[in-house]
Design a protein around this ligand. Structure first.
Ligand code: HEC
Length: 130
């Protein structure tokens, strides 16, 4: 990618790498995107057991639909409500990936996943969600 560096003597160079530049508060950055932000975490830490080859707990984590559907227990995610999402709960209590497994999900990743779920539109009308 060509960046007009020749026209820039200093200050502007930083902008080339950060398309997201409206940071109002510390917590307030852009909404995580499934394919861009979430899936890479799952790929690195979950899909080995919840993907093409294995579906532990009958859970497939490769698509949003499959996550909404969930596994043997319940849907893995509750759009708009990270606190009620099984996936978040298991990560929060350090149950997934299973204890001996590495790499584990970091605090930052967990925050990102929370934000992602909370930002999801709640399916209205269809779900009496209380
Ligand atoms: C080494 C394999 C392994 C890895 C890696 C792993 N899991 Fe699991 N996961 C399991 C097994 C096995 C179960 C079923 C546990 C049970 O039923 O007690 C399970 C169950 C689950 C469930 C509950 C499914 C249901 O409805 O009962 C969720 C949600 C889940 N995993 C999320 C994750 C997430 C998120 C990651 C990545 C951070 C992950 N898992 C990584 C093996 C794995």
């Amino acid at each position: 990618m060509r960046i007009r560096l020749h026209a820039v003597l200093g200050g502007l160079v930083l902008c080339a790498h950060s398309p997201v530049s409206t940071v109002a508060g510390e917590e307030k950055d852009s909404v995580p995107d499934f394919t861009r932000d979430v899936l890479p975490i799952f790929e690195a830490k979950c899909l080995r057991c919840h993907g093409a080859k294995k579906r532990a707990g009958k859970l497939d984590m490769r698509t949003l639909d499959a996550l909404r559907k969930g596994g043997v227990t319940s849907p893995a995610i509750q759009p708009g409500n990270a606190r009620k999402s099984l996936l978040i709960e298991l990560l929060h209590y350090n149950e997934m990936p299973p204890k001996k497994e590495t790499p584990r999900v970091t605090k930052e990743e967990l925050e990102l996943l929370r934000k992602w779920i909370n930002a999801m539109p709640v399916p209205s009308a269809t779900s009496p969600n209380r």
